[in-house]
Design a binder for this molecule. Structure first.
Ligand SMILES: *Cc1c(COP(=O)(O)O)cnc(C)c1O
Length: 357
């Protein structure tokens, strides 16, 4: 058996998907499953499809290409506003995309004309998180009218927004109502209703659970919520009961050592200047997993709450196990919850094994 490994529990995964789909469907909200956080893992995609998902989304076109080759009937949705250099590929592998720049949208129209295709666009609107999206009202008007009247190979399917990323803005019902208002404004301009108003991602889920999602929002793009709890502890909120993916790693060293480095302190291997607290001698364990596999040592959470994760480098993560009731030994396996960054990194790593159960 090889470590580190991700343990993927398909029964829990199925249960989580069902719960989320049921709760969303009850409010007439369609769920697009986002697969970028799990590196488009085919086994997980299969479970998503078995449970009724018909649209898969990713920011990375090679992942959508993989979906199209494995499941030609599944609708694909590109999440990152497109690079001008990837429009040919976009039109090949994605049915729908999020966009915010007219020059790019015109380019998509031209490529579609050559390929005798149509492409569906969701216009990305800026609601304050300050990542991608059109902010200016005149620009919204120009984009909507141009797409509707001058670009015959583009269908304006709806509008979308993204919150809770760069600006850490909470997707509240007020924000959702703002999105609905802008969609109404566009509908009046183009004299037809937009089919889809896409409210956001996993971070929108509290509005579903509390049933405070304004009616009008009819799509969510859910990724990590199916797989991990991620920020439940930080946001004091529970979306799923159990996580479908956990990380198992092996202990490679256990020794009593001082907690304060001995010698002249400069910067660490990554150029960061760290603060160290002197707690005198502590029992420390090293596990064989590092930044290369998980992004950062603070992106995993120990299932044994008495373990303190104190640091890490590319290949090692350092633990303080002084306060553990359990007597760990070299060779023991420890389990961890993954936060988003660790899920993203570990699922792409060729050094992290996968174990399905
Ligand atoms: C990644 C992403 C999502 C899904 O995010 P999760 O937090 O995994 O649910 C939704 N929309 C956009 C635009 C994204 O980039």
């Amino acid at each position: 058996m090889a470590y580190p490994r991700l343990v993927i529990d398909q029964t829990i995964l199925r249960h989580n998907i069902r719960k989320i789909l049921d709760e969303c469907h009850e409010l007439d909200i369609d769920v697009v499953a986002v697969i970028k956080g799990i590196n488009a893992m085919p086994e997980i995609i299969q479970v998503l499809i078995d449970e009724g998902i018909t649209t898969l989304a990713s920011s990375r076109l090679p992942q959508l290409k993989k979906v199209k080759s494995l499941h030609p009937d599944i609708q694909t949705y590109a999440l990152r506003i497109s690079m001008p250099s990837e429009i040919d590929e976009l039109v090949e592998v994605a049915d729908i995309s999020l966009q915010s720049e007219l020059t790019v949208i015109k380019q998509i129209n031209d490529v579609c004309e050559e390929k005798k295709k149509t492409h569906e666009i969701m216009l990305m609107l800026e609601l304050g998180d300050l990542r991608e999206g059109v902010y200016n009202q005149d620009e919204i008007k120009e984009l909507a009218l141009t797409i509707e009247n001058d670009l015959p190979h583009i269908h304006l399917r709806g509008v979308a927004t993204n919150l809770g990323c760069y600006g850490s803005i909470n997707p509240t019902d007020e924000k959702m109502n703002e999105l609905i208002e802008r969609a109404d404004y566009i509908s009046q301009l183009i004299d037809r209703p937009l089919e889809v108003i896409s409210g956001g991602a996993t971070t929108n889920y509290p509005l579903i659970a509390n049933k405070t999602m304004p009616s009008g929002i009819n799509e969510l793009r859910i990724g990590c919520g199916f797989y991990i709890k991620d920020q439940d502890e930080l946001l004091n909120y529970r979306m799923i009961d159990q996580e479908a993916i956990t990380l198992e790693v092996q202990i490679v060293e256990i020794k009593d050592k001082p907690s304060y480095p001995i010698g002249e302190i400069t910067v660490n291997a990554f150029g960061d200047k760290l603060e160290y607290v002197d707690k005198s001698i502590r029992k420390r364990a090293i596990i064989a997993v590092g930044k290369q596999d998980i992004g950062g040592h603070n992106k995993i959470i120990s299932l044994d709450k008495q373990i303190d994760i104190i640091g890490g480098s590319s290949d090692h993560t350092l633990l303080d196990i002084t306060d553990c009731d359990k007597h760990y030994q070299v060779g023991n396996i420890l389990s961890f919850h993954l936060m988003y960054e660790a899920l993203l990194m570990s699922t792409q790593s060729e050094y992290v094994e996968l174990k399905f159960k």
